[in-house]
Design a protein around this ligand. Structure first.
Ligand SMILES: O=C(O)CCC(=O)C(=O)O
Length: 251
């Protein structure tokens, strides 16, 4: 059975990352920002050896052909060029990026995205119709965070275009429980289970981008990410954008 794809009237990319500090009540985004107050220590780089990858993490290398990557790039570049890069303040989860959400796709790209949805989500799980497209500059990076459970369900499925990168997963409970994942260009990663809920994920800066002792040079990277709806009772499950999101954050 094809999974229902639910239209929403404006999912907020940044709100997804508000769970990063688990805010409650109004102004999720501002509270999220407050989580990195000037007194907040920077996340500690793991020192011990990496652990096995957490349960719920899947990586499909070579998911896209070079032709499919080009087709997706052609379409997303057109939409992205209308949006400015954000320099990145110290309190943001992402530095050096721009992002959009897109629901209309060419037939060819819609088929690719359907392939992502078919492989990533359990049958019948309602999914967000808006696909998140995140364009990270070569010197951009994503700090550790867990996508908000208010806006995103059990599964996050991301395609990597243009550049390989290293995704680091660190257990919230035990910072010594960590693992790195090489996100090769044209691969698909799927975060579910413990990997989605119990581990922060981040994309390392170019200078830290090393996997198994090998440098993984970070070029500009575009990710195309599909998510499913959160569990019942949360704002998007009800189909209405929550009132407590700062309208200024809407794209
Ligand atoms: O670019 C990616 O693959 C990850 C994006 C991400 O972590 C997010 O949008 O919360």
């Amino acid at each position: 059975m094809a999974a229902p794809v639910v239209a929403t009237s404006g999912v907020l990319c940044r709100a997804l990352r508000a769970g990063f500090c688990r805010p409650h009540g109004a102004r999720l985004l501002r509270q999220a920002a407050r989580c990195l107050s000037p007194g907040t220590p920077a996340p500690r780089a793991p020192t011990g050896p990496p652990a096995p990858l957490p349960e719920g993490l899947r990586l499909l290398r070579g998911f896209l052909t070079p032709q499919e990557e080009q087709a997706l790039l052609l379409e997303v570049e057109g939409a992205l060029k209308r949006v400015r890069y954000e320099g990145g303040h110290w309190d943001q989860a992402i530095h050096g990026f721009r992002e959009i959400e897109k629901s209309q796709w060419t037939e060819q790209n819609a088929k690719i995205l359907q392939r992502v949805r078919d492989v990533a989500f359990p049958p019948g799980v309602p999914q967000l119709s808006l696909v998140h497209v995140l364009d990270l500059k070569a010197d951009g990076y994503i700090k550790p965070h867990i996508d908000s459970v208010k806006f995103c369900g059990s599964t996050i499925a991301g395609l990597s275009l243009l550049s390989s990168s290293v995704m680091r997963l660190v257990s919230e409970q035990n910072k010594d429980d960590w693992a790195d994942l090489l996100l090769e260009r044209r691969s698909l990663y799927i975060l579910g289970g413990r990997a989605r809920y119990e581990f922060t994920h981040e994309i390392l800066k170019d200078e830290d981008s090393v996997y198994n002792g090998e440098r993984v040079p970070r070029e500009r990277r575009i990710s195309v990410i599909c998510r499913n709806l959160p569990d019942k009772g949360t704002p998007y499950a009800l189909g209405t954008p929550p009132e407590n999101i700062d309208p200024a954050s809407r794209l």
